[in-house]
Design a protein around this ligand. Sequence first.
Ligand code: IPD
Ligand code: CA
Length: 284
Amino acid sequence: MSDGVRSGHQASSEAELIGDLGRCAVELATGAADVVRARTSGEQHISSKTTSTDLVTDTDRATEDWIMAWLARRRPQDALLGEEGPGREGTSGVRWVVDPIDGTVNFVLGIPMYAVSIAAESGGRVVAAAVANPVTGELFRATLGGGAYAGGGGFGAGRRLTGPRDVPLARAVIGTGFGYDPDRRARQAAVTAALLPRIADIRRLGSAALDICAVAAGRLDGYFEVGLNPWDHAAAVLIAREAGALAVGPNGHEPDTALAVVGGPQLMPELTAALDELGIAQVL
Ligand code: IPD
Ligand code: CA
């Protein structure tokens, strides 16, 4: 077989894998959202994790168990990293990064801004993603190179997402979030307070995954947060990028726990420069 033929096969099998993972991500996100929805009216057992304000419910755990069981059945060779469970090693080169409920505090309070977040990595990069809001039924999804979509019935259907408006920082509505550690939260609040006079307004919606999808959908102009975990941002960052937004971490590298900034290509230089000037690198 010639090199050209072989690389053609490799490309088509990679495209097939990404397509499969995209369909699985949608099935997982919508199935897990059904699990969450079915349990919303019941009594929740609530406990705390890293601090007294970092909550977890038995619905978070049951939903992650459902995701784990689905993967054990359908993709038993894949690895799993989840917010609530022990995860699993794999042998296939695919790893699922999942948050059964992103926005647990909103879930506990009945604020309809929380989501199941599902990302599939292949060879270490996220190639497929789905984020589902169990209350509104809204589904955001993307595959690497395949665009980002919201709503609609089957995979590939729905409204194509094209990212945020082109506005200067002074007119931008920016989303952000705060962690659970009180000292870090004070530093986050100081940066946010100093940014506020330079922008149109700030939003703290309570789910990093939905915040970043909101940038993809043009509902927020930009977003930044310090202290996220991979399961909070992995899926939504692919969705935002496939919608045409940029997403960066510290010094323009990949988003990570130290920093995630998301916004349109025109806004990003101004937003990242302002955050640098305000000392975002010292917040973590
Ligand atoms: C939290 C939410 C919140 C963000 C926090 C996250 P959780 O995730 O995404 O918006 O500000 O940093 O930890 O705890 O609800 O899964
Ligand atoms: Ca989360």
